[in-house]
Ligand binder design. Structure first.
Ligand SMILES: NC(=O)c1ccc[n+]([C@@H]2O[C@H](COP(=O)([O-])OP(=O)(O)OC[C@H]3O[C@@H](n4cnc5c(N)ncnc54)[C@H](O)[C@@H]3O)[C@@H](O)[C@H]2O)c1
Length: 427
């Protein structure tokens, strides 16, 4: 493809950095396919993605070229491209602008070592709504990636809703708009502006959500009754041998931010949506099942350490199920991953699904790609159904689901939603 997909990034944190470095890596190594689910989607490869502008609030990122900001602390993702290399997939003029802070920094994040937390920029003025929309338009942005910290509901709404007003397509990587009411309202607004959305709360290519979904789905499809599914996620400093003891840092910024329970509400719901979704999609209710999924442990930082990064995450899964004649099964799994790059591949796919769908005239939430790439999609699907929707879109083929969403949409009742708990009803 000669046409490039122009991307704006709100929140130039570790995930954005991992994505951008990964896109550069596959652009330099075009025969490399390891780590990619879809080398090509509707004719688009990773080398067709271009990052044109960033938004942040951190003093070490605001006002700087995007190519420098992605390496600024507290980002701690692994380096794939050396810091002093020219990154071709970032536009030479791409800069980081200061958005409004709103609820972007949790109070507890202001009380830890500055090298591992956010530092609010106080020198530049923040963009107004109009200035932000104009920047998106003048930079010809196709898609906004929302990478706000968990709990930054107001900040997410500001970036997403203003972008939709500017006619920009959305990939919502964080857990917001996860109730049916909120998702429906956003979809209506998007449809009016002919905007396409993938959301909400990105999964990793192979992370806790994918593993939980596959294990639970395969047990159920084998006729078993899953009565308990516990998914515990840890920022994993304590399992990294001597390294964390020397440098003191035991969690990426995302985990540190989630150390405060009040920030976790939506993230918790979103993670459990993956588990409940696999029951509901098979016509089984939740009665009698014990389900838990959530960021459960962040190892507290030792004061006085030299805080270098660790982006390691560990997930432990425990499942109990009953089968033939009531026989009991117990299944335990452990997955250790580099957290930020694990989300890079799937977002690189979501970007291209979004662009292809938009070229095909599909508006509103992309149900298949949202179910495949996100934890809280508007419509839950089995793993294989979500994948075959994505495969069809990658071939630029409409399906029974997507043909209802080609603009203009004549019957809004065709836009199906399932299983999104009202966020106020939960707990
Ligand atoms: N695999 C993964 O790491 C993964 C998976 C699923 C979801 N997520 C979610 O993606 C999001 C981003 O994750 P991350 O690891 O990059 O987080 P991060 O903490 O490294 O980055 C967040 C960035 O947002 C910036 N920010 C804070 N408030 C802002 C505001 N008002 N305006 C603009 N920028 C602001 C911060 O300065 C920082 O640069 C989080 O919500 C996370 O939970 C991550």
């Amino acid at each position: 493809m000669n046409k490039r997909i122009k991307i704006a990034v709100a929140g130039v944190g570790s995930c954005a950095s991992a994505l951008i470095q990964g896109v550069e890596y596959y652009t330099r190594n075009q025969n490399e396919t390891v780590g990619l689910m879809y080398p090509e989607i509707g004719g688009y490869r990773l080398c067709d993605i271009e990052f044109v502008i960033g938004f942040d609030i951190d003093a070490r990122k605001v006002g700087r070229p995007l190519r420098e900001a992605i390496y600024s602390p507290p980002n701690c993702n692994m380096r794939v491209i050396p810091e002093d290399d020219f990154i071709e997939v970032i536009n030479a003029d791409a800069k980081v602008f200061k958005g409004p802070l709103l609820d972007g920094i949790a109070p507890h994040m202001r009380n830890i070592d500055q090298s591992i937390t956010f530092i609010e920029d106080t020198t530049s003025s923040e963009l107004t709504d109009e200035e932000y929309r104009q920047l998106l338009i003048s930079h010809e942005v196709d898609i906004l990636l929302n990478y706000m910290p968990v709990g930054a509901e107001e900040a997410s709404a500001w970036y997403i809703e203003n972008a939709i007003d500017a006619g920009v397509h959305i990939i919502n990587c964080m857990p917001t708009y996860i109730s049916t009411d909120d998702a429906q309202r956003l979809e209506l607004k998007a449809i009016k502006r002919k905007v396409t959305i993938v959301g909400s709360d990105m999964r990793s290519s192979y992370g806790a959500s994918r593993l939980s979904e596959i294990l639970q789905g395969s047990l159920m499809d084998s006729g078993l009754e899953v009565t308990q599914h516990i998914q515990m996620n840890m920022a994993a400093g304590s399992t990294q041998g001597e390294e964390h003891i020397i440098n003191g840092r035991s969690a990426n910024t995302d985990f540190l931010n989630m150390g405060e329970k009040s920030r976790l509400h939506n993230k918790h719901i979103s993670k459990e949506n993956v588990l409940t979704g696999q029951s509901e999609v098979r016509g089984r209710g939740m009665a009698g099942r014990t389900i838990f999924a959530g960021p459960s442990l962040t190892v507290v930082q030792r004061p006085g350490g030299v805080y270098q990064g660790t982006d390691n995450k560990i997930c432990n899964i425990d499942i109990v199920a009953y089968g033939f004649g009531g026989a009991r099964y117990e299944l335990t799994a452990r997955l250790s991953v580099q957290d930020s790059p694990n989300s890079g591949g799937i977002v690189a796919d979501a970007i291209r699904f979004c662009k292809v769908a938009q070229e095909m005239g599909i508006v509103g939430y992309l149900r298949g790609p949202s179910a495949w790439t996100q934890k809280s999609p508007p419509l839950h699907m089995t793993t294989s159904d979500a994948k075959s929707e994505c495969d069809a879109l990658a071939r630029r083929q409409l399906t029974r689901l997507t043909e209802r969403q080609v603009h203009p949409i004549t019957d809004m009742t065709n836009l199906v939603y399932t299983f999104q708990k009202s966020v106020t009803e939960y707990e």
